[in-house]
Design a protein around this ligand. Structure first.
Ligand code: GAP
Length: 514
């Protein structure tokens, strides 16, 4: 675990050193849980967003996009339930004066039980060597059975406390499990209280009678309130979806783990409107499609798992998370929710407007049911960054840090380098840049030794380096170096475009989703 913490710290400082992510307002000592994306970060983030947007809107002719405003009528948040129920249970440690989410403390305690199981398995694997039957061991080992029974009991108790909104019971679980504050190491806890996560501000001058408005805590409501606008103007027929990418804001109690939990972040959400009764089939379809989308990036299939919700929101009839193995454990990156007709019905009730759909095939009107897919851009960014980072020991004692970013997501696709700064090589290299730059983000670099220049590109995950040397002037060929293998091959300049395109285009990812 300590080793994983070290790696994570290195990733965070790498992200800063190479222009991916900076702490916000750094010269004023930063702003907690708010981050800025640098010159490479913004490109990586835009590529993630492009991949999502195209996978949703290009590959599905019944999904269209919108871009709704961050400010919305405050009644929307009353209707959606956010004013009354978008709360987290918080608890303070009296000694460290640190504030925690009570549910997160318990979830972390549950995760420790999973770790215990894995430790038992690892120990046995070591002991039995090649003859080890892992499946049988997991099924029959009494120690594992005991840990799993403890986990089931805790999970059920926790789910009941959350469902019943029983804050005293949440505190009691923390006491009974002897959970300590990671800072003070003590169990001197306060009561558990509810805390609303929405940021509030005012719109209009006080003289006019200012109106209290919220910064949206999710983009989804912008989709719900535009349901009829899009359905009517786009002549959409159910089933159809509306996709949106945009900022969301939550006054998170505990903001930790870099860009994993931020107060200002970005979401990519899609609401898919279906006939009542068909929602669970569509839920399954979207669950599978979304996991396929993740896996197509090639970060490692074993790094994903579903986490089906035990505790369902009162309006949901199915929900699952797609979790990714971060350096600090499996964590939610995306949620897929079957939200019934709750949101549209609530907006119908609160606005007094009819928000029904007339289904020409059934010849009847109804309030559509909704399947939502909701993924955080920043968490996706973090999963890509963490799984791409590698410190490699090279032959000859040299080391390199390389980001094995999926090529279509890489901020820079290729770097063109003249071997020396004379003999017409810089001019030839510029010529190549001037051709490639129309299609690919292309760097020109002539400073330092070629080895150093390669390292700089490895560190930001550039898939290709193109070196121009004296032979180039004679036969129009260059050296093409591949980031991951470091292999170099001699290729004709005329073939560069196709070679690069085949590897870096978002299309190559989209085709895997068919
Ligand atoms: N409309 C449904 C919704 O907002 P959610 O599970 O609260 O559901 C969806 O959020 C996704 O948004 C999460 O899976 C996560 O990736 C991202 N997300 C939520 N809170 C976040 C935060 N504070 N910082 C970064 N990403 C966050």
């Amino acid at each position: 675990m300590a080793q994983q913490d070290d790696v994570f710290k290195k990733i965070v400082s790498h992200a800063k050193e190479y222009g991916f992510v900076f702490p916000s307002s750094e010269i004023y000592d930063g702003l907690s849980a708010v981050y800025d994306y640098g010159q490479n970060g913004v490109e990586l983030k835009n590529n993630i967003k492009r991949y999502w947007w195209d996978a949703m809107t290009l590959l599905h002719e019944n999904i269209v996009g919108i871009d709704s405003a961050i400010f919305m009528h405050p009644t929307i948040w009353k209707a959606s339930g956010h004013v009354d129920a978008f709360n987290d249970p918080l608890i303070d440690n009296r000694d460290s004066k640190k504030r925690y989410r009570a549910d997160v403390l318990i979830e972390e305690d549950l995760a420790k039980l999973d770790d215990k199981v894995e430790k038992e398995v690892a120990k046995a694997r070591k002991r039995f060597g090649e003859t080890f039957d892992e499946a049988l061991f997991r099924e029959t080992n009494p120690r594992i059975a005991q840990i799993l029974a403890e986990k089931t009991e805790l999970t059920e108790r926790f789910a009941k406390a959350m469902n019943d909104n029983n804050l005293e019971e949440l505190r009691q679980i923390i006491i009974d499990r002897e959970i300590v504050c990671p800072i003070s190491g003590t169990r001197n806890w306060t009561e558990v209280r509810q805390f609303n996560l929405m940021f509030k501000t005012e719109m209009g001058s006080t003289a006019d009678g200012a109106m209290g408005v919220y910064l949206r805590p999710e983009t989804a409501q912008g989709i719900f309130v535009n349901f009829l606008n899009v359905q009517k103007t786009g002549r959409m027929r159910i089933p159809f979806g509306i996709a949106q990418i945009g900022k969301a804001f939550r006054n998170e109690i505990v903001a930790r783990q870099f860009i994993f939990r931020m107060r200002e972040f970005e979401q990519m959400e899609m609401q898919f409107f279906v006939r009542p009764g068909e929602e669970l089939t569509w839920f399954q379809t979207w669950k599978e499609f979304r996991l396929k989308w993740h896996k197509a990036l090639g970060l490692g299939d074993e790094k994903y798992r579903y986490h089906d919700h035990e505790k369902l929101a009162h309006y949901a009839n199915a929900a699952t998370d797609i979790e990714f193995q971060m350096p600090f454990g499996f964590k939610e990156v995306e949620g897929i929710h079957s939200r019934t007709n709750f949101d549209l019905s609530q907006h119908e009730k609160f606005s007094g407007k009819n928000i029904k759909y007339f289904d020409p095939e059934l010849n009847e009107s109804y309030t559509p049911y909704v399947i939502e897919t909701s993924i955080g851009v920043d968490r996706m960014f973090l999963s890509v960054l963490c799984s791409s980072y590698e410190e490699q020991q090279l032959e000859g004692g040299e080391k390199r840090v390389v980001l094995h970013l999926p090529a279509p997501l890489a901020p820079v696709k290729c770097a063109v380098m003249p071997l020396v700064k004379k003999d017409g090589l810089p001019e030839k290299a510029r010529e190549i840049v001037n051709e490639l730059k129309f299609d690919f983000s292309t760097h020109y670099d002539e400073k330092d030794s070629i080895g150093k220049r390669y390292r700089r590109q490895d560190a930001i995950g550039t898939p290709f380096c193109i070196t121009v040397d004296h032979q180039t002037l004679e036969d129009n060929t260059v050296t093409l170096r591949h980031r991951d293998s470091m292999e170099q091959s001699r290729v004709n300049i005329d073939d560069l475009h196709k070679l690069i395109h085949d590897s870096v285009s978002i299309n190559s990812l989209l085709r895997k989703l068919k």
